[in-house]
Ligand binder design. Structure first.
Ligand code: NAI
Ligand code: MG
Length: 796
């Protein structure tokens, strides 16, 4: 080709990255990798291996061990054995190891980047400039958390042995998000990379050896789903951290139900990329490239649904098509390509099938005129327009370079479309109007909101989902909390506790016998007393067996009505903390006025002494004060992320919560669970103590006289576990708390998997609700809220 011709066509030649050192690494293991257990390389007990391929060329790179249950047992035993010493060496020594890992990764950054691109098919430009720097940053950031562990987080302790299962789309990055916080907090781990991409994890194992990390702190087990399942089922694993498909996330939720294993799940998404008519469209186009063509669109938080204001839709589509035409696709090691290969043939097939479905559904497909290389697994960037919001391609995660576009007219419609998904991982909002952006961001149900940017991550900010995108956060203090447990949990009891432990200065005195007490109570739905749908009542006896009265026996229909009433109430979540605090103080005031009446009810049900009953009422009033105090103080943070932006971590309400109260302590058990939930702006459906329900039903009058909006607190009496299960199965309930026996806890976690509800259960361990340390605190507010990180770039 003549130079002149090159100038005219502007074609590029290949610019391959040198793979020499990566190949040397593979050869140093004879292209056959064993398992990294207890600091040594061990052959898999089955003797089975599988291939890892280079998706850009279909070439085999190496043989990988297929670990089975025996290997998992060995690795867990090694992690368990390493744990006491790893705890004992303390924060500073652990910080030094994390720092050493960060340094060593930096020193070998190009090797990691090249190996990752070969194994996964992602462009070297991305592994070199994004993946690996984020990995090093993660270890640095968490070296810091390790150092601060015993000073800043002394009320918490490590969880123990952690099983970590990661996907193939960001192999080493996901490894760092898992391992760094876990070991920084004093846990030991076994990690299983995804079957398509084990190599950088195995190179990382070598780095652990090089820095002299104590044996057994990090164990790397390779294999398939069944290997992961063996980790999930292992009795000595105290927590599972998983990133991958929502389908497998649900399997893991069900498998761990009732075991008390802590769980964090980072699952799929179908994240909206919302463009308003005043957005800077040229920036938007580059944003779209980053949102859906970064990593071939194999990104859990990919901006895969383009929502455009109608007035600019055609103009934007045209610009996007022009840009698509100039994207370059090819071998991942070519430094001048934009799009690499799809990780594996099975993923390519899924993409092809979903795209065909989109065409069959009548959406308009557009792909660039150029064709993909044929030697690897490639798929061209793809744009669908004329997409109906309910079509499969608008709802299903495609996990490929496929963008589906829809238009909207009003801001309200944009929010509605954006939230029309079962997922809630991220969203991206494009407008030059900051007021509009900050009006929209809180309305989108998603764990991350990027304003005029997309796919930005940093170790200092939490990342994770709402809804079926899973729960738990990775990064920053939010992620750190996933690897710790409150020390106070150690003082919980195996049996229900009703007596106050510490010396009280509570009041004593004589009570008037039952002032105007109701003998048959209704339920409380949408601010009104309601008769039970089934028409049944339940007799309630005192602890001495004397008849006290009857309560309505609620059923499925009553729960459904209550959920509807809770959703209909939009007047609570939107209030400021200050406004909610005022209502809470008012509740406390009205309860104080009827102090004796509530105490005599407690005496009537429990046959406790008057003094104890009065004390329970007084403590309840005090507890409401605590949450009223916190209502405008439990707030967010501005994270120190490394990009030029402010990253606002905002606690938001869960939405509609089910609260299944403890059986013991009829009044304070109700107050301690309901009040923190409403403090954070949730609307709740409460199932009060089954045996001692009257403190809750008497509370209607307090609610009615305290300006609590209709639908904020709904109370359904009846068979506790039956009602709890209806709540757990209900798709429009976002979160459920359950305080009861072990079996009930298991059922709740099991049934909640269907819509990936957040759950908080007590696993048959009991708090003393009368004790301030155990019965109240920020932990309740934490479980009543979820954090959204809003990224706002600065610089014009
Ligand atoms: P996957 O969820 O099956 O795999 C993720 C990890 O889980 C892998 O390490 C796998 O070996 C392991 N695993 C599979 N079954 C398991 C089980 N029963 N118990 C424990 N561990 C198990 O995802 P896969 O099949 O690789 O991809 C399928 C789809 O999942 C993709 O098309 C995409 O939609 C979604 N996905 C989402 C990711 C995300 O970042 N949220 C990452 C990868 C996939
Ligand atoms: Mg591979």
């Amino acid at each position: 080709m003549e130079i002149k011709e090159i100038y005219e066509t502007m074609t590029y030649g290949p610019a391959p990255e040198n793979a020499g050192e990566a190949i040397q690494f593979l050869e140093s293991h004879n292209k056959s990798f064993n398992l990294f257990i207890n600091g040594k390389w061990e052959a898999p007990s089955s003797g089975e291996y599988f291939d890892s391929i280079n998706p850009s060329t279909k070439e085999k790179l190496a043989k990988i061990s297929d670990a089975d249950e025996n290997d998992v047992n060995k690795a867990v035993a090694a992690a368990k054995k390493a744990l006491p010493e790893w705890i004992k060496i303390g924060p500073h020594q652990r910080a030094r190891y994390l720092y050493a890992l960060a340094r060593q990764i930096q020193k070998h950054s190009r090797l990691f980047a090249v190996l990752e691109s070969m194994d996964n098919g992602k462009p070297i430009r991305e592994t070199r400039d994004i993946d690996i720097p984020i990995v090093a940053r993660h270890f640095y950031h968490h070296a810091g958390w390790a150092q601060l562990r015993d000073t800043n987080l002394k009320d918490y302790k490590e969880i123990g042995v952690i099983g970590q299962i990661i996907p193939w789309n960001f192999p080493l990055m996901m490894l760092s998000w898992k391992i760094a916080p876990a070991i920084a907090m004093g846990n030991t781990i076994i990690l299983k990379p995804a079957e398509f991409t084990s190599l950088t994890a195995l190179l990382f194992a070598e780095i652990c050896q090089q820095i002299g990390l104590p044996n057994g702190v990090v164990n790397i087990i390779t294999g398939h789903g069944k290997t992961g399942a063996a980790m999930v089922d292992h009795k000595d694993v105290n927590k599972i951290a998983f990133t991958g498909s929502t389908e497998v996330g649900k399997i893991i939720r069900r498998a761990t139900a009732g075991t008390g294993k802590k769980l964090s799940l980072e699952l799929g998404g179908k994240s909206p990329f919302i463009v308003f008519e005043d957005a800077d469209l040229d920036s938007v186009v580059e944003g779209v490239v980053d949102a859906i063509w970064f990593n071939q669109g194999q990104v859990c938080c990919a901006g895969s649904r383009l929502l455009v204001q109608e007035s600019i839709a055609d103009k934007l589509y045209k610009k996007i098509r022009t840009r698509m035409e100039s994207l370059r696709i090819g071998n991942a090691l070519d430094k001048s390509i934009d799009i690499g290969a799809i990780v594996a043939p099975v993923q390519l097939k899924v993409i092809e099938e979903l795209v065909q479905l989109g065409v069959d559904e009548g959406s308009t497909l557009w792909q660039p005129s150029w064709s993909c290389p044929t030697e690897g697994y490639f798929y061209p960037p793809t744009l669908f327009t004329d997409v109906s919001p309910s079509s499969a391609i608008a709802q299903e995660e495609i996990f490929g370079p496929v963008l589906v576009a829809m238009s909207f007219r009003t801001h309200k419609e944009a929010v509605k479309l954006a939230n029309n998904t079962r997922y809630g991982l991220a969203c991206s909002i494009w407008t030059e109007n900051i007021n509009l952006a900050l009006d929209i961001a809180p309305q989108i149900k998603a764990g991350t909101a990027w304003i005029n940017c997309t796919n930005v991550f940093d170790a200092a900010a939490g990342f994770g989902g709402y809804r079926e995108s899973g729960f738990g956060r990775e990064g920053g203090i939010e992620g750190i909390m996933e690897y710790l447990k409150p020390r106070i949990e150690e003082s919980f009891s195996d049996k229900p506790v009703t007596k106050r432990t510490n010396n009280s200065n509570g009041s004593t005195g004589q009570l008037q016998p039952s002032l105007g007490i109701d003998r048959t109570t209704k339920m409380y739905i949408g601010g009104k007393q309601a008769r039970p749908d089934g028409g049944y009542s339940m007799v309630i006896n005192s602890s001495k067996g004397e008849y006290i009265g009857e309560v309505s026996k609620g059923n499925r229909k009553d729960i459904r009505n209550a959920v509807e009433a809770a959703h209909a109430n939009t007047n609570w979540a939107n209030r400021t903390g200050h406004a909610r605090a005022q209502v809470l103080y008012y509740l406390a005031e009205n309860l104080a006025i009827r102090r004796e009446e509530f105490a005599s009810r407690i005496v009537q049900m429990t046959n406790q002494s008057n003094a104890d009953a009065l004390q329970e009422v007084d403590l309840s009033i005090e507890r409401i004060y605590t949450y009223a105090a916190l209502a405008d103080k439990y707030d967010g943070k501005v994270h120190h992320t490394i990009h030029r932006n402010v990253t606002l971590a905002m606690p938001e309400s869960m939405g509609v919560m089910g609260i299944v109260c403890p059986d013991e302590s009829p009044l304070i058990g109700f107050i301690s669970t309901v009040i923190p939930a409403i403090t954070m702006g949730n609307n709740v459906i409460v199932v009060p103590s089954e045996k001692l329900p009257f403190s809750a039903t008497d509370f209607y009058q307090i609610l009615e006289t305290s300006d609590v909006p209709a639908g904020t607190v709904n109370i359904i009496t009846g068979d506790k576990d039956e009602l709890a299960q209806v709540l757990a199965k209900h798709d429009d309930v976002d979160s459920i708390w359950y305080f009861g026996n072990k079996k009930g806890c298991k059922d709740i976690e099991l049934l909640s998997a269907d819509n990936m509800k957040r759950t908080w259960v007590n696993y048959g361990k009991y708090r003393n609700w009368l004790d301030i340390e155990q019965g109240e605190g920020e932990v309740f507010l934490k479980h009543a809220s979820q954090i959204k990180n809003i990224w706002i770039p600065y610089g014009a």
